[in-house]
Structures are given as structure tokens and as C-alpha cells.
Design a protein around this ligand. Structure first.
Ligand SMILES: [Zn+2]
Length: 206
């Protein structure tokens, strides 16, 4: 109910009529790469936030917030669909590929968090667009537009950095070491383990 209330409220802002909420949301998540994973649109993630967001809560479950539902139902054009497809590919990559590291709030943790994020962007490009770099960049730029302030966090690099990391075109040892350098992580044993954990990914222009 709260999900529908959010869509109704946003329909006033977007000045859009809408119908078939259930069917639209059901169809929006029919991707062949979402195997053994349940995708749930829920108001409980972020409440009434007006920034689209999704999260892999635990193995087998991806939660998507109400604003994503509103964008898909009220706008649903190619740009929105492409960004949502990329988001699902990104979260699916988290589901299967993250490097697990339990230490909290250290530079080592920040390094692992950032590498997992950048790897999920590359994995998302592979799953969602068969490795097409331009589609992935368009999706990242769409998502970046909602943020008035774009900055680095412990958990995520800024959108500008994520775009720049994607533009490299190859997720490999060099990129991972570059990230270590940027977050000032000098734990070489950890950097080696992270490098060995991930298979390289190369994107293509078209
Ligand atoms: Zn992520």
C-alpha cells in the first residue's frame, strides 16, 4: 500500500496517469540473468526517498525501493529501463561475486567495498548489456543525475569515479591496484587476495 501511495504521490509531480502497476513491475524484472534470485519492490527500503535505489539484502533477495517502482510505472522509457536493467545486473553481480571481508571502517574495508562496487558495475555491464560499455555508462549517468552532491563514501566511490573506472574498459589487476592506491590501502597481502578472487572483465564499444 505504501508503495502504491508513493507512486500516486510521484504521479502528481510527473503529471502522469498510470495503470497496471502490478503487471508493469512484474514485467520489469523478467531478466534471464536473474537466476535463483527474488526481486522485491518495497517501500521498506528508503521509504519515500525520491532517489532510485536497490540492494542485495542477502543471498537470493534483491530489494528495490519505491522510487524505482514509480520511475518504471510513470516514465518507463528506454533510459529508465536501461538504468533499471543495469541496476539488476549490478545487484546480481554482488549476489555472486563479492569479496567477503568482515573488518569495519578501515582503509582495507574501504578498498574491498570499492572494488566490489566497481566489479558489480563491470559485471552489471556484462549481464545487462553483453559487455557494452556505452550502455553501462548511460545507465551510470542516469543514476548519477539524482545526486545533488557527488562524493566518495566508505561504501561506494562517487558516481564520477564509477564512470571513470568503467571508462577504463577492463576490470583487472591494474584497476584493482589503482583503486587500492586511491583509497590509500597498502595492505599488499589483502590486495593480492582480492586480485586473485576476481576474474578479469573486458568491456566492448558496441
Ligand atoms: Zn553495489
Amino acid at each position: 500500500m505504501l508503495l502504491r501511495a508513493h507512486i500516486w504521490r510521484r504521479s502528481k509531480l510527473y503529471k502522469k496517469q498510470y495503470c497496471h502497476v502490478g503487471t508493469t513491475l512484474k514485467n520489469a524484472k523478467q531478466y534471464d540473468f536473474l537466476k535463483n534470485v527474488k526481486v522485491v519492490f518495497t517501500w521498506l527500503l528508503d521509504g519515500a526517498s525520491c532517489i532510485p535505489n536497490a540492494m542485495s539484502l542477502f543471498p537470493g533477495l534483491i530489494a528495490v525501493n519505491a522510487e524505482w517502482a514509480a520511475r518504471l510505472v510513470l516514465i518507463g522509457d528506454d533510459e529508465v529501463k536501461r538504468a533499471f536493467r543495469f541496476t539488476m545486473g549490478h545487484e546480481m553481480t554482488h549476489q555472486s561475486g563479492d569479496y567477503m571481508f568482515l573488518e569495519a571502517f578501515t582503509r582495507d574495508r574501504k578498498f574491498v567495498n570499492w572494488v566490489n562496487e566497481v566489479h558489480a558495475d563491470y559485471g552489471g555491464a556484462m549481464l545487462s548489456f553483453d559487455g557494452n560499455i556505452n550502455d553501462a555508462l548511460s545507465a551510470v549517468r542516469y543514476k548519477a543525475k539524482d545526486f545533488l552532491e557527488d562524493k566518495d563514501y566508505q561504501t561506494h566511490p562517487s558516481w564520477k569515479r564509477r564512470e571513470d573506472y568503467l571508462k577504463v574498459g577492463a576490470f583487472d589487476i591494474d584497476l584493482i591496484k589503482g583503486i587500492a592506491n586511491e583509497v590509500c590501502c597498502s595492505n599488499n597481502a589483502l590486495i593480492d587476495k582480492v586480485c586473485k578472487h576476481f576474474e578479469p572483465i573486458v568491456l566492448k564499444e558496441d
